[in-house]
Ligand binder design. Structure first.
Ligand code: MRU
Length: 322
């Protein structure tokens, strides 16, 4: 299976996530402007994949010449919430003094590590899920897309599903559709179908009802930024899921590579939450669905307090808040 984001022949190549599941196509990004546009449109998305995009973006800028530091700042600012984007930019930028080839080599190293770190993190998380949830096989619930498509390869929360499925331990995955851009319905469902894992898509509003009916053994999600105290910023709706899970005694497990941890933030109140275009809510597939001129509140992420989370898991195992 190819990487979600990679480097080939002087260009950044991404799987175009705006086209899935109807069409599987690749985008070749040859300028910094094209990369920034792809990030803003969510053609490439998900915190770890954005880390790769940040690093490769600096490598591209270094190849093209020009003001690499100014380009790097534009790339890092393309989306504000996932800390991995700036982390990837800064990691590659640190090699700029050694020339464009060194920057590209650093970006390539980051890509290779991402898959390994996510595999390890999700293996740790799988053991925690098995310890927390006695029922076999497991009925899991996931939100947004924290799979291969959200990382360079393998996935974080869905990485847990791959590990458990290999062992025959997954009965089904309930997939929250993830309004308004449908990362769950379009991308997570596509990945599960490809992998032959039984799944059902549900409206986001059905999650609490599914838990009340005893249909969920564990909630598994990824993260865009983890504060020092263990508060987690993730796709809008995650906080509500965590409240419902706590109410119903369902374990709630967050899986992410340690590049998603931002120890500079004491808690989640300091996370910048991206607000997106009103048309994501006022239109559906290009057709207006609200009264003309309707105002919207369209945050792309929310913050789940650490107290509602059973475990935050990275490649180092259970994250210990500092
Ligand atoms: O707006 P998106 O699609 O980039 O949001 C992605 C998420 O919220 C994911 O859950 C998160 O990045 C973790 S991905 C391993």
């Amino acid at each position: 299976m190819r990487r979600t984001i990679d480097w080939a022949d002087g260009a950044i190549v991404v799987i175009d996530q705006t086209a899935l599941p109807a069409e599987y196509r690749l985008l070749e990004l040859r300028t910094v402007g094209e990369l920034i546009d792809a990030i803003k449109r969510l053609a490439v998305r998900g915190a770890p994949a954005l880390g790769g995009a940040g690093a490769l973006g600096v490598a591209l800028a270094a190849r093209l010449g020009g003001d690499v530091r100014a380009d790097a700042e534009l790339i890092a600012g393309a989306r504000p919430t996932a800390v991995n984007l700036r982390w990837g930019v800064e990691r590659a930028l640190a090699k700029l003094g050694q020339g464009a080839d060194a920057v590209l080599a650093e970006a390539q190293a980051l890509l290779a590590e991402d898959e390994e770190l996510n595999k390890t993190a999700s293996a740790h998380a799988a053991e925690i899920v098995l310890a927390e949830c006695p029922r076999r096989p497991l009925r899991l619930l996931s939100h947004c897309n924290a799979g291969r498509l959200a990382t360079v390869g393998w996935g974080s929360a869905l990485g847990v599903v791959w590990h458990l499925h290999e062992r025959g331990l997954v009965e089904e995955v309930l997939v929250g559709e993830t309004r308004p851009l449908l990362q769950g319905a379009r991308l997570t469902a596509w990945e599960l179908a490809q992998a032959g894992v039984p799944y059902r898509v549900q409206p986001d509003g059905a999650a609490a009802a599914a838990m009340a009916r005893g249909m969920v053994d564990c909630v598994l999600v990824g993260a865009d930024r983890i504060a020092a105290n263990g508060d987690v910023a993730n796709k809008i709706g995650t906080y509500g899921l965590a409240i419902a899970a706590a109410h119903h005694g369902v374990p709630f497990v967050v899986v992410a590579p340690s590049s998603t941890v931002d120890r500079s933030l004491a808690d989640g109140t300091g996370v910048t939450i991206e607000e997106r275009d009103a048309r994501e809510l006022t239109e559906y597939a290009g057709i207006g669905i609200t009264p003309p001129g309707a105002d919207v509140f369209n945050p792309a992420f929310d913050v789940t307090p650490a107290a509602l989370i059973t475990a935050v898991v990275t490649e180092h195992g259970r994250y210990e808040p500092s």
